[in-house]
Design a protein around this ligand. Structure first.
Ligand code: FAD
Length: 330
């Protein structure tokens, strides 16, 4: 049975605008605009096909408990380029300690990515050709075509192959980019803890934390990412979940005895130097990659499908070079 599933979508990236490796000021503006465009694309889909995926637009808050020059610089960058936002100073009404922050009224949204995916498949004209539980185990080039073999031995022969297997790329024999583990706790319902418009909250610490309120008043709090290569045993996870709980209690000291963890989980995600995905042409003919990396992987994916579409149709795409698997320093 499908339980509540929730993803946050924001146009800002994992790094501050001034720190995004290899991107010019103009490119950062294009990437931020791409994020807003992707949010709007989901919104339009929901308006057309109905909201069956708990979609809601949300403001975003990026903050620090201290005076943070990087946040101020980020605010100035966004203001200069006409992204709507407001600077939060120490005089604010937030229910947790914030000294410096950027609040963006139309900066994000949340939805259930599982239900959204189902809804996209239902809306697709190609739904009869969508197969679940069908694992591709081999790809071979035969007579200018790609032949994909599934774990049951059936084959699919096609002109183009787009590999979009998430963060499981080991079977390609390539190490594409860095992978991390991220940890999350979900509290018991906390109706008394509220903040303005259920903004999607992220701090600027290293590693950062993110927080949001679920429709049943639980708080979902996560982050504290670490290298994929650490010893992945349960004891390490428990340590991380306890640390997150302590950090959350510190934010809401008045409720520290009431906040309990009802669910916890960790997952892998991947990140590239410029925070974008690995999407586009590879060195092999008609073999394309679609690995949507970064903390905003879903946002990037919503745009990156257009890069794939443009490549297949032989059209230029303004952002293709930023996502290219052939770019240096992934
Ligand atoms: C815990 C966690 C929380 C996250 N939260 C957010 C969030 O709030 N907002 C956000 O924007 N992003 C979030 N992300 C990142 C986001 O989920 C990813 O960036 C995004 O899902 C990647 O999209 P994708 O299409 O590249 O891969 P995926 O969504 O991972 O899809 C890959 C699919 O390929 C299938 N597959 C794998 N191997 C094979 C094979 N050999 N044959 C056939 N099929 C195969 C998999 O089963 C899977 O269905 C989160 C990630 C994690 C781990």
């Amino acid at each position: 049975m499908h339980k509540l599933c929730n993803a946050l979508l924001e146009y800002q990236l994992d790094d501050f605008a001034n720190d995004i490796a290899g991107l010019s000021e103009e490119e950062v503006v294009d990437v931020y605009s791409m994020g807003l465009y992707s949010i709007n694309k989901i919104k339009k889909f929901v308006e057309k096909h109905g909201n069956y995926c708990n979609f809601a637009t949300r403001p975003t808050l990026l903050y620090s408990t201290k005076k943070d020059k990087n946040i101020i610089k980020e605010y100035e960058f966004r203001k200069k380029h006409n992204f709507k936002c407001e600077l939060i100073t120490e005089n604010n009404s937030l229910p947790f300690p914030v000294d410096t922050g950027i609040y963006c009224e139309d900066g994000g949204c949340e939805f259930d990515p599982y239900l959204f995916t189902k809804q996209m498949i239902d809306a697709s004209s190609n739904q009869q050709n969508t197969y679940e539980n069908t694992c591709v185990v081999d790809l071979t080039r035969i007579n200018d075509k790609w032949v994909c073999t599934t774990s049951y031995g059936q084959t699919i022969t096609c002109k183009y192959v787009i590999i979009s297997t998430g963060f499981q790329w080991d079977w390609l024999g390539e190490d594409l980019c860095e992978r991390f583990l991220t940890y999350t706790i979900v509290t018991n319902p906390q109706p008394k803890i509220t903040w303005k418009d259920n903004a999607l909250v992220q701090d600027s610490s290293e590693p950062y934390h993110y927080m949001r309120k679920l429709p049943d008043d639980r708080i979902i709090f996560g982050g504290d990412d670490e290298s994929w290569n650490i010893n992945k045993d349960n004891k390490n996870c428990d340590k991380k979940y306890n640390k997150l709980l302590d950090e959350l209690k510190e934010m809401f000291v008045d409720f520290k005895d009431e906040i309990k963890v009802d669910y916890s989980f960790c997952g892998a995600f991947a990140s590239t130097n410029n925070n974008l995905g690995v999407v586009g042409k590879t060195e092999k003919e008609n073999l394309l990659y679609f690995f949507s990396c970064g903390a905003n992987g879903i946002i990037n994916a919503m745009y990156a499908v257009e890069i794939i579409d443009d490549i297949i149709q032989g059209k230029e795409n303004k952002l293709a070079h930023l996502f290219s698997p052939l770019r240096k320093d992934l």
